[in-house]
Design a protein around this ligand. Sequence first.
Ligand SMILES: NC(=O)c1ccc[n+]([C@@H]2O[C@H](COP(=O)([O-])OP(=O)(O)OC[C@H]3O[C@@H](n4cnc5c(N)ncnc54)[C@H](O)[C@@H]3O)[C@@H](O)[C@H]2O)c1
Ligand SMILES: O=P(O)(O)OC[C@H](O)CO
Length: 321
Amino acid sequence: MSVIGIAGAGAFGTAMGVVLAQTGREVAIWAHEETFAEEIRQRNENARLPGVKLPENVAITSDIDDIGRSELVLLTTPMQVLAGMLQTHGGRLSARAMVACCKGVDLATGRGPVAIIAENCPATVPAVLTGPSFAADIARGLPTALTLACADPGVGAALQEQLSTPTLRLYRTTDTVGAELGGALKNVMAIAAGIVIGTGLGESARAALITRGFAEMQRFARAYGAEPETLAGLSGFGDLVLTCTSTQSRNFSFGVALGKAQYFDPEVTVEGAATARAVAAIATARGIDMPVTQSVAHVIDGRRSISEAVKILLSRPLKEE
Ligand SMILES: NC(=O)c1ccc[n+]([C@@H]2O[C@H](COP(=O)([O-])OP(=O)(O)OC[C@H]3O[C@@H](n4cnc5c(N)ncnc54)[C@H](O)[C@@H]3O)[C@@H](O)[C@H]2O)c1
Ligand SMILES: O=P(O)(O)OC[C@H](O)CO
C-alpha cells in the first residue's frame, strides 16, 4: 500500500496524519516551507497542534515529490491558498484521488475545492472530507463522524474504507456540491454567531441566528443543485451546530472578538472571512437572498458597524418561516 500523502502541515493535516498512522499506515505530510518542516521534525510536534506527538510512521517533508506518487492525497491547506498550491505543485502529484479537507469558497474565482482540483489535476478523482471535527479531537482519538463526498460512487466507497478508523467514522455521499458548500457556509454563520455572543445579544438570539443561517445555507446550496439531505447532514447542519457553539472554533472566536471589539491574531486561520466576501458577491450577482452572509461581509470589511448590521437584520419585512 502506498504512502498516504497530506499536502498542508497545519492542525488538520497533522491530526489526519496522526489518526491514519495509528492504523499502521505510512503517512507523509508536506509543509510548504522547509524551516517549518524542520521545526516539526525537531520537536516531533506541530506548533499548530500543540501537545500531539507524531508517530514514527508519519514523515514530515518539504519536498512535494515525497508525496508525488501517493495514490491518495489529502489537501489540507487553507482554502485561499489551494489554487496557488495546485497550480505550482499539482503537476507533480499523480494521485488517483485527491480529498479536499479545506472549507471555503475561493475569493478570486468563486469556486470550491472540487472545481479547483478538477482544473489543476484533471487526471485525479476529486473528493471532499468535511463535517464537525476539531483537529485536536481527531488527534486525541475522540469519536468523530465526517462526510466523505465523491461523485464517483466506487472511488467514494474505497475512500470511505481507506480513511475510516476506529475513532473516525465516515459517511458517504455523491453530492460534492452540498458537502463543500455546507462546510464553507457554516464558517460564515459561526462568525455571525460569535458576533451575537460577543456583543451580548444572548443565547436566544444565537439560536435564531443559527436557524435562519441554516435556511440561508440551504437556499444558497439549492441554487447550486445541492441535495437538501446533504445540508441537513454532518457536513451542513452538524458542522454548523459545532462551529456556532464552541469556543474551540476559530471562526466563532473571531466573531466574538469582533463583537467585543478585541484584537484577534491575524495569523490564525479564519476561513469564514474570505468565504463571506466570496459568497456575498456571488449572492448579489445571482440574486440569492443571503442577509446574514451580506452582514458578515459588510462588518468584516468595515462597511457597516455591528449595530447597523443588527438593526438592518431585525428590520427586514416580516414573513412566513
Ligand atoms: N483545525 C481544524 O480543527 C479543522 C477541522 C476541519 C477542517 N479544517 C480545515 O482545514 C483547512 C486547514 O486548516 P488548519 O486548521 O489545518 O489550518 P492551520 O492554520 O492549522 O494551518 C494552515 C497551514 O497551511 C500552511 N500553508 C499556508 N500557506 C500555504 C501555502 N501557500 N501552501 C501550502 N501550505 C500553506 C501553513 O504552513 C499552515 O501550517 C481549513 O480549510 C480548515 O477549515 C480544519
Ligand atoms: O476552528 P474552525 O472555526 O476553523 O472550525 C474547525 C472545523 O471546521 C470544525 O468542524
